[in-house]
Ligand binder design. Structure first.
Ligand SMILES: [Zn+2]
Length: 54
């Protein structure tokens, strides 16, 4: 049986594909997705790149 864990850790540190800065794990603070987590560029609001977890 093969492990499904061979892909990159979704919580591993990432870099912004647009500006190269670190992405930081953020939590949605309001709206219908409150509590959801996503990766946001550490230079926000200068760079507004967002990526879903995983
Ligand atoms: Zn960025």
């Amino acid at each position: 049986m093969r492990s499904l864990q061979t892909r990159a850790d979704p919580l591993a540190q990432r870099r912004c594909p647009k500006c190269g800065s670190a992405l930081v794990l953020r939590t949605v603070k309001k709206g219908s997705k409150t509590g959801d987590r996503f990766w946001g560029c550490s230079t926000y609001p200068q760079c507004r790149v967002m990526q879903p977890l995983g």
